[in-house]
Ligand binder design. Structure first.
Ligand code: PHE
Length: 447
């Protein structure tokens, strides 16, 4: 996505932005953080944060991008010249590198699961359960290592060529297909014996299960699954036609992402309880539950392979956005250096991800603040850097753009009125910063 002409079509832009948003956040991360944070109450907070704060912030990022039509660092510089605000762009780029470092590891797990599902080495664990199968896979440095490299190579190769029309076309088939398989999966899961307990765990808020961290985790999850706080939405909207309706784009993206999160929970938790697994198992959750649910289905192994392929695709489109933001910033300064930029940054990010890839095997005892390297990186990104980036963007936009400028970008082409603008501005100016600061202070025990 080097030049402006690629996302000129509205659908192309929504596909790219939704492709960035929808990925492991909704399918892999949401079920496991919901499981480790007590269930329904977490999901409820995640929903509220996504709908209110997420929609507001995605619009704020769109405004910056479309107004300036530039990648993050120059975008912040052009709105607030000679100030340190461009560091918000730098923060976004650094955060994206960190996310991609562990994201590609999970992408690799999906890749290896997909290959295994094709060769029948997934549906029938030789000894014991799917849990033992999963831990034997992720503790094997060769298998995860190879899968990790492959995932990064695909990402680098696609981003190196600029994101082509092909991706746009493929995603418009793959995304709806993922959705259909999800529905089939949810139906099977909901009809398993013991499903009710899972539904109640997922959807019935038990607020006594909430502790200090839960609120921050729910906030982090909301930002993570909408790709917010790292200026990716700034980058993508910078290619958008001036006439497009930002509000409709934002609500479609948020709506799709929430829907997939809901479907993931409904696919996973009934299975967890039906097969007597633990909901608080952590990052391995979908890898141990899904094969078990699929194995209960007619043609289960075929559906499982198809599902993994589509999930791999959803994961790759998010990975492209993470690398693209880094590459587009380098290319802005050094035009014609796209290839070197993609390989250089891709290799650095790959190396950064090696300790994460070994975190469940060789380096399992390597702890930082009581967490393995993978979990520590995820914690730093999701619960500190993303909310921090989002906070800074929420402060930046109303301070550095005039009301008429914001209103003009926000409302152009839409039927929303002045009241919508005022409501949006109020949430951006007051509610978003207050919520993020309160969540931070709460974890520190100050509030
Ligand atoms: N939103 C992506 C997902 O849910 C992850 C992501 C986070 C991508 C932040 C870009 C930026 O999979």
């Amino acid at each position: 996505m080097k030049s402006g002409d690629q996302w000129k079509s509205k659908i192309g832009f929504i596909m790219a932005a939704a492709g960035s948003a929808i990925g492991l956040g909704a399918v892999w991360k949401l079920p496991y953080v919901t499981g480790t944070n007590g269930g329904g109450a977490f999901f409820f907070m995640f929903l509220v944060f996504t709908l209110i704060l997420g929609t507001t912030l995605i619009l704020a990022e769109f405004i910056i991008g479309r107004k300036t039509q530039k990648p993050p660092i120059p975008a912040y510089k052009s709105i607030a010249p000679h100030t340190p605000w461009y560091l918000v762009g730098v923060l976004g780029i650094v955060t994206s590198c960190l996310i991609l470092s562990f994201y590609a590891v999970v992408g690799g797990w999906i890749f290896t699961y997909f290959i295994r599902s094709l060769t029948g080495r997934l549906t029938e664990p030789v000894s014991g359960s799917y849990e033992t199968l999963f831990s034997s896979i992720i503790s094997n440095p060769w298998e995860v290592g190879l899968a990790h490299v492959t995932f990064m190579l695909i990402t680098i190769l696609v981003v190196q060529g600029g994101i082509q029309k092909g991706i746009e076309r493929v995603s418009s088939i793959m995304m709806p297909a993922l959705f259909v398989i999800f529905i089939i999966l949810v139906i099977r899961s909901l009809t398993l014996e013991g499903a009710a307990e899972g539904i109640s765990f997922f959807l019935r808020p038990d607020f006594s299960a909430i502790n200090r961290e839960t609120i921050l985790y729910a906030l982090g999850q909301a930002f993570f699954s909408l790709s917010l706080g790292v200026s990716i939405m700034v980058t993508y909207s910078s290619y958008l036609d001036k006439r497009e309706n930002l509000i409709r784009s934002a609500t479609s993206i948020v709506g799709l992402s929430v829907l997939i999160s809901l479907l993931s929970g409904l696919a996973i938790f009934p299975g967890v309880f039906a097969f007597n697994l633990e909901p608080n198992e952590g990052p391995s959750l979908i890898f141990t539950v899904l094969p078990a649910v699929f194995s209960e289905m007619a043609l289960g192994s075929v559906f499982l392979s198809l599902f993994l392929l589509l999930l791999l695709f959803a994961t790759l489109t998010s990975a492209f956005s993470l690398l693209e933001i880094v590459v587009s910033s380098i290319v802005y300064r050094f035009p014609n250096k796209r290839k070197i930029a993609a390989w250089g940054s891709g290799i650095v990010i790959y190396v950064l991800g090696i300790p994460s890839s070994l975190s469940f095997g060789l380096l399992a005892d390597w702890l930082l603040f009581g967490k393995n390297f993978f979990d520590a990186t995820d914690f730093l990104v999701s619960n500190i850097l993303l909310p921090l980036g989002a906070l800074l963007i929420a402060i930046f936009v109303p301070r550095k753009l005039s009301n008429p400028d914001m209103k003009e970008e926000l409302l152009r082409g839409s039927s929303a009125n002045e009241i919508f603008f005022k409501g949006w501005l109020f949430i951006l100016r007051f509610i978003v910063p207050l919520a993020i600061i309160a969540a931070f202070l709460n974890v520190l025990g100050i509030w």
